[in-house]
Design a protein around this ligand. Structure first.
Ligand SMILES: [Zn+2]
Length: 333
């Protein structure tokens, strides 16, 4: 029986730290598991200028020494080539496409790909990654990802050299579309879409801590994601989409979407890959494929996970981590 796993230090290719006093504690929580993280720009105010890219990076680096934030900016209508070039010079690696009103702080998002066509062309030219929240917000909640796919396919066709990450793929339809598109289109997979379903939110007592966008789907969707990840496809890599919100808000009448999954992600993934008899696929998924897609050197050093019970803390800086208070069978050494 596998008792210890040593892997290259992993990357989280999709992380929300928000822009709140607690962000420092959230960054330190991620740094326990991950060497680097692609930090999402839908803060208040959003990361849309070179100055904000630089300041946000400095804040995170100061809060969590040794943890490398990989910076992104939020695409907004009317951005042109000049703005994109300046954002790239400030060190941004990716631009995030939020369809208007699709998720938290996306009211000022992109109404149509045409409204950011010039920006996409410049990102393609510079080799920046287009990171997409792929949901059509006017569709029924379970169908929003599938309804967005024509937009994804249209962007991929119009920009054949643009690196595109379809973030937090959650449905069979979304997965099939990403796998059918050329090599420059990949997807992040979260630990919650890989292991849980809508039943975990609403199948028993209502569990707002499992509520996120895109919403958790059917067992068939979860199973398709599991098979695809276990197949070691370099188009699929780990991005937690960890998004901490105050417990009071998550348990209130208007719970925001977002699961604070970063603290429990690696122990849960270790259990999943060991259980499937595919320990080798674990390192590819969390430490290799994402860096390769972004064109980054792999991290130096290793982390060790051990088969020892670990109780997930009840809260970290006022937010409840995924499976808070439960005991997992793997832990970080
Ligand atoms: Zn996200």
């Amino acid at each position: 029986m596998t008792e210890t796993i040593k892997i290259r230090r992993p990357d989280d290719m999709h992380l929300h730290l928000r822009n709140v006093p607690e962000a420092a504690a959230f960054a330190r929580a991620s740094a326990l598991s991950f060497a680097r993280a692609v930090v999402m720009p839908n803060t208040l105010p959003p990361v849309t200028t070179p100055g904000r890219v630089e300041r946000y990076r400095e804040e995170i680096s100061a809060a969590a020494p040794g943890f490398t934030p990989l910076m992104t900016f939020k695409l907004v209508p009317g951005m042109g080539a000049k703005e994109i070039e300046a954002l790239s010079r400030a060190g941004a690696l990716a631009g995030k496409y939020y369809p208007a009103n699709a998720t938290t702080n996306a009211e000022d998002g992109v109404p149509s790909p045409e409204s950011v066509a010039k920006a996409l062309g410049e990102m393609e030219r510079l080799g920046l990654v287009l990171s997409i929240h792929g949901e059509l917000p006017t569709a029924f909640c379970l169908d929003r990802e599938a309804a967005f796919l024509p937009v994804l396919e249209g962007i991929a066709e119009a920009h054949p050299d643009l690196k595109i990450v379809f973030e937090h793929v959650s449905s069979r339809e979304g997965l099939a579309a990403v796998l059918a598109l050329p090599r420059n289109v990949a997807a992040t997979v979260t630990v919650h879409h890989l292991l849980f379903t809508l039943d975990d939110i609403a199948g028993g007592a209502l569990s707002p801590h499992f509520f996120c966008k895109p919403i958790l789907k059917r067992p068939e969707d979860r199973d398709a994601l599991q098979r695809a990840v276990l197949s070691r496809n370099p188009k699929l890599f780990f991005g937690s989409d960890s998004a901490p919100h105050p417990i009071k808000r998550k348990e209130g009448p208007k719970a925001p979407g977002g699961i604070f999954s970063a603290p429990a992600a690696l122990p849960l993934l270790a259990e999943f890959f060991v259980g499937a008899g595919k320990v080798d696929a674990f390192e590819d998924f969390v430490s290799r494929f994402g860096a390769e897609f972004y064109g980054l050197e792999p991290n130096e050093g290793q982390i060790t996970l051990v088969r020892e019970p670990w109780r997930v803390p009840d809260e970290i800086a006022g937010a409840a981590p995924l499976l808070a208070g439960s005991t997992l069978s793997w832990s970080l050494a």
